[in-house]
Write a protein that binds this ligand. Sequence first.
Ligand code: SF4
Ligand code: SF4
Length: 376
Amino acid sequence: MIYKEFKGKKLSALGMGCMRLPTYGEDKTIDEAKTAEMFDYAIKNGINYFDTAWGYHDGKSELVVGKLLEKYPRESFYLASKFPGYSKETWGRAKEIFEKQLEKCRVDHFDFYLIHNVSEGNIDAYLDEKYGDVMYFVKMREEGKIGHLGFSTHANLENMRRFLDKYGKYMEFCQIQLNWLDWRLQKAEAKVAMMKEYGNIPVWVMEPVRGGKLATLEEGYAKQLQAHREDESIPAWAFRFIQSIPEVCVTLSGMSDFEQVKANIKTFSEEKPLSGDEWNTLMSIADSMVGRKTLNCTACRYCTTYCPQGLDIPRIIEHYNEHTVSGRSEVSPRMIASYAEDKLPTACIGCRSCEEVCPQNIEISEMMSDFAAKIK
Ligand code: SF4
Ligand code: SF4
C-alpha cells in the first residue's frame, strides 16, 4: 500500500468509501458478512482510512461501519464522517447530529470530519451565521472530538470560493469529484488550483472511477490505452491518472465487492503515474467522450441578457451536459436544488431570443424542453 503523509499521520492512499457497500434484498440491506470480509482484507492489506457519512445507505452505513470497526484497535484506523448540510432539515442541528453520529459509529471522536457536499443549494445556509453549523465543528476540533476538519463539494467555482473566503482558514482538506473525465468537465483541474490558492489545502478524491462509468471503455478507446500499457486494466488507468496529481492525498473508492477491494489494493501497491504521452491520450479520449455527447457552450453569456425569464442558460447547459454524460435517466435532486423554482428549465417559454445571439448555434430552447421533461 502506498501511504501519504498528512500532519504527522500516515494515511493509506486508497481509502475505503462506505457509500456503496454490498447489499441484498429489495430494501437493499447492507450485507454485513460480505462487508466484514472486505474490511478485514482491506485492513490486513494496509487500508487505514474509512469514509462514511450520515446519509450513506439511508443512515445505515455509519451503523455498520461502527459495528465492524469496533473489533479493531481504535488507533489502527482513521474514521471519517460528514455533516449532512445538503438537507434543509439539518441546518442548525450540528450538535444533535454530531453526537448521534459518534453513537452510531461507536467512537468518542472522528479522526476526520467533513462538511458534506457544499453546493449551490446550501451555500447560503452554510454562510449564514444564524445556523452556526460550520463553527460548531471548528469547536469540536478544538475539543478533540474531531481530528481534522474538511469539506466535500460539488459546487461551482464561484460558490467554492465563497465558502473558502469565509471558512478556508479552518479547512484542512477538501474532497472533490476528480477523475480523468471530470478533470475538465467538472473543472476538477481548476478546483485543485483553487485549493493551492487557499494555503495548499490537500485534496481528497471521490468518484475516481465516476461511479464505475470509467471502469469499462469502448473498444477503440481501450486499444489506445493498451498501446501505452498492455497490462494495465481500464479501472487502473483511473487510479494511475490520480497518482499523477501531487496535490492528492487520499483517494476514496466506494467498493461494493471483495474483488474490487482486491483489485484496487493491487493497483495501490505501487505508484505508476502517467507519462506526458499517456496523460495526453487520456485527455483526448475524455474530450472525445464529452464532445460527442455534450453541447459546446463556451459560457460567453451573450444569451443571458436576452432571456425574458432570466435563466442562467450557461449554468443550465453545464448541468445538462453533466446529466447527459452521466447517462442517468432522472435528473439528480441535487442538481435541481441548485435553482430557484422560477429559474429551472421548466420556466423556459421557448421564445428562442437566446438562440439568435448564440455564436455556437446551440438549440437552447430544445435543450430546455428536453431537460424540463427529465425533471418532471
Ligand atoms: S428560449 Fe427559453 S432560455 Fe431562451 S431566451 Fe427564451 S425563455 Fe430564455
Ligand atoms: S450564447 Fe451560446 S455559447 Fe454563449 S453562453 Fe449562451 S448558450 Fe453558451
